[in-house]
Design a protein around this ligand. Structure first.
Ligand SMILES: Cc1cc2nc3c(=O)[nH]c(=O)nc-3n(C[C@H](O)[C@H](O)[C@H](O)COP(=O)(O)OP(=O)(O)OC[C@H]3O[C@@H](n4cnc5c(N)ncnc54)[C@H](O)[C@@H]3O)c2cc1C
Length: 410
């Protein structure tokens, strides 16, 4: 019996699961499709003001260093699982890895490659790193299409495109799906003006801006004087097919708002909300403090449009049902958590999809519906970073129990 686990997805859930398994003496291989580890959390800013705000973002560094140091954790980035076959209690997984890269020592950051690349997101500059990475998932060349635009235009010869993928075969006793979530796509809500009205961004984009530096260095120029957050964009919305709470957005917006007030006390911050969901312990005191500095308006805006000065104006109906309009310099859409890659469960035999379209059952279970296949973190449903880590700890103990029983032939 192979006491080894294949972990698909190298976000906080995959990393914490690998570390927990390592502590239990079980080896694992993490297959991550992005060219770097960390998933969504890798772009989050630390939200500490004078004191730690317990946003959890720093936990990633901790688990990254533990996983990279552990000698029984093998990490494959820019990789994907092409097929899985089961023989008895073993799984044979075929993994392909592509190593197209931008050589950072040669790259002089001229930006020409970004201009000629025909696919948005194929060249990535993550918030945690000033270097450029090639996403093999999106790059045309990595997907068999003849395109060498970036390599041809690079005056420094810094782009190394690898045409052929490397194949790796893994024999494992268990598989853990830690494939995470996708942020709700706000272009689906035309009325909120994302990508249509200048000055409308998402909480993920704001997080990256605050992580990389400040507003002045961001694409839209100088620091805004007023910012509005719109809650529940793609959450608790049956018309969008997301009839559930994303659980993290209220905490995210309030922490981001407090961080902004701490760094730029002169900026006016307003939060539009339906009701504030505080899933976290001890969050009520954070909320009480936030109410001193931030305006809370209980209304779901009906529209955001560009006012006569080109700024985003939020239209909503106040308590007395009168139509109100407030212009802001920046509007931040608190996008929810939706299932990523809905086709994934189908590629494994007999996997469950829960009520909200995530992998697994409706409760917090780590079983994915097929013996030997487990799920951990946001792939199972909306969760905070700490909740993902707890879920991974639970998954590690269940995987150990499963592998022990399989070894005994039970
Ligand atoms: C706007 C926003 C802000 C947030 N801010 C906070 C916060 O401040 N604090 C907090 O506690 N939580 C926050 N969260 C929640 C947090 O993002 C999640 O808890 C966390 O990212 C979940 O981690 P994960 O590893 O399960 O998934 P992800 O972070 O989504 O990582 C999944 C990984 O799997 C990889 N992957 C996916 N499919 C495949 C595949 N088929 N093959 C190989 N690799 C694959 C992905 O590339 C990715 O690296 C926020 C969420 C949102 C939407």
């Amino acid at each position: 019996m192979k006491k080894e686990t294949l972990i698909i997805g190298g976000g906080i859930s995959g990393l914490s699961l690998a570390w927990e398994l390592s502590s239990l003496g079980i080896s694992s291989t993490i297959v991550e499709k992005a060219p770097f580890m960390g998933g969504h959390v890798s772009n989050f800013a630390c939200k500490a003001t004078q004191t730690c705000q317990k946003c959890g973002a720093c936990q990633l560094e901790d688990y990254l260093s533990k996983a990279f140091k552990a000698d029984n954790v093998n990490i494959l980035v820019s990789s994907s699982v092409d097929s899985v076959a089961q023989t008895g209690s073993h799984f044979m997984a075929k993994v392909s890895q592509r190593k197209s890269i931008v050589i950072s020592d040669k790259c002089d950051d001229c930006g020409l490659c970004l201009k000629v690349c025909p696919v948005e997101g194929a060249l990535i500059r993550p918030a945690f790193d000033s270097r450029l990475y090639i996403s093999n998932e999106k790059c045309l060349n990595s997907n068999g299409v003849h395109c060498e635009a970036c390599a041809q235009i690079c005056p420094q010869d810094a782009v190394e495109l690898q045409k052929k993928s490397q194949e790796v075969e893994l024999e494992v006793g268990a598989i853990a799906l830690c494939t995470g979530f996708a942020p709700y796509d706000p272009t689906q809500k035309l009325k909120f003006g994302y990508r249509r009205v200048p000055g409308v961004i998402t909480t993920l984009e704001l997080d990256s801006i605050l992580r990389t530096g400040n507003f002045q260095s961001a694409a839209f120029g100088e620091a805004p004087k007023s910012i509005a957050f719109i809650q529940c964009v793609g959450s608790r919305d049956p018309r969008s097919g997301t009839n559930y709470c994303s659980q993290v957005c209220c905490g995210v917006s309030i922490r981001l708002a407090c961080l902004i007030k701490n760094r730029y006390p002169e900026i006016n911050v307003t939060i539009f909300y339906m009701d504030i969901q505080t899933f976290e312990r001890e969050f009520d005191s954070t909320l009480d403090r936030a109410k001193n500095d931030i305006d809370f308006i209980r209304a779901m805006p009906s529209e955001i449009h560009s006012d006569e000065n080109g700024f985003p104006a939020v239209i909503y109906h106040g308590g007395d049902e009168t139509r109100q309009m407030i212009p802001f310099d920046l509007v931040v859409l608190a996008v929810g958590i939706v299932p990523r890659d809905p086709d994934l469960p189908g590629s494994f035999p007999g996997l469950w999809k829960n009520r909200d379209g995530f992998i697994g059952s409706d409760d917090n279970d780590v079983n994915a519906g097929h013996p030997g296949i487990f799920v951990a973190g946001a792939a199972q449903g909306p969760k905070s970073i700490s909740a993902c880590i707890s879920h991974s700890i639970m998954a590690a103990s269940q995987i150990k129990r499963y592998l022990d029983r399989a070894e005994r032939g039970e």
